[in-house]
Design a protein around this ligand. Sequence first.
Ligand SMILES: Nc1ncnc2c1ncn2[C@@H]1O[C@H](COP(=O)(O)OP(=O)(O)O)[C@@H](O)[C@H]1O
Ligand SMILES: [Mg+2]
Length: 359
Amino acid sequence: MAFLTLQGISKRYGDFTAIEQLDLAVERGELLALLGPSGCGKTTTLQMVAGFVTPTAGRILLDGRDITQERPEKRGIGVVFQSYALFPHMTVAGNVGFGLEMRKVKRKERDERVAEALSLVRLNGLGHRFPKELSGGQRQRVAIARAIAMQPELLLLDEPMSNLDAKLREEMHIELRAIQKRLGITTILVTHDQVEAMTMSDRIAMMHRGAIAQLSTPYDAYERPSTPFASTFLGRTNAFPGEVLRRNPRCAEVAVAGTTLHVPHEGRQVDGSVNVYIRPEKVHLANGDARVRGRIATRVFVGNQWLLEVETELGKLRVAQPNLGAPPPEEGHEVGLAWTDDDLRVLTQDDRESAHGHA
Ligand SMILES: Nc1ncnc2c1ncn2[C@@H]1O[C@H](COP(=O)(O)OP(=O)(O)O)[C@@H](O)[C@H]1O
Ligand SMILES: [Mg+2]
């Protein structure tokens, strides 16, 4: 049985449904990310696990125990919320060690765990400072250290690195993930940052309008999105509306703007109106074997790659070319584009996605 289970969880505020019949199982030791756009219900879900918000319906089980009605402090869960209240009259070390002191952890072990946690968040040497003497990003790191020092069985992180600058955030992704693995702390990470979710998690639960749109490994979330929402939310993609002409054993023949594309369907049901997707990095400039020709409308250099927008008969195609060798032709030039059929993905257009009245 999973370590944490949410069964048919709903949350309504008046006649507004924030969470609709959500089921989720988190395995022991796993780091699961709740990823989704602002307002999709990530914080509400986390707060219900923490016990600060009561579900309207459903049950929450922690290690086999029904905690749905249990008080937050009884649940033994570590939380780092978006607003990370530190005790203003206590030093950084005092804040980080406070929970351990309450639990009567001996001085020596306490000092060690505080030092280790502070070093994890790169605040070694700042233990004597007071919260008001820290930047917002440093205070956020103290909150993370405080939760880690407790070594809780379940750790809930709500946008824990939103105030850190990009470089530090990247480093902390790697290090926090390493320590989470080493200590085996089952963790739910709420984020709207795709890179954070991709780098840190075992699985990503992509949320959309109060429900889970897809639950999969980061690799599958990116490579095998199962809904139009998931396709366009994670990473960048090109989407072309089309009609299925014929379904062959391996691929669907799809008419897109006067061209027929052969798209693998992996056994999924696809018919009628569909979208065909291809990632920008899977389209490349080609001469002889071009699938389509077009004119470069924009060309942007972002350091590790070039981003092109090419006007073609299929529509505007985004192309990402790694910065290896010569720069691509300039704006206004004609180019040929090629791809491998296996890199195309087809999904049935989902009318409900636009019609569904969550918000
Ligand atoms: N206390 C509340 N009363 C009414 N609506 C709320 C309350 N808390 C959250 N909501 C609504 O529920 C939806 C989900 O919110 P939230 O879980 O904070 O989203 P996220 O964390 O994904 O940005 C939002 O539309 C939000 O306005
Ligand atoms: Mg939130």
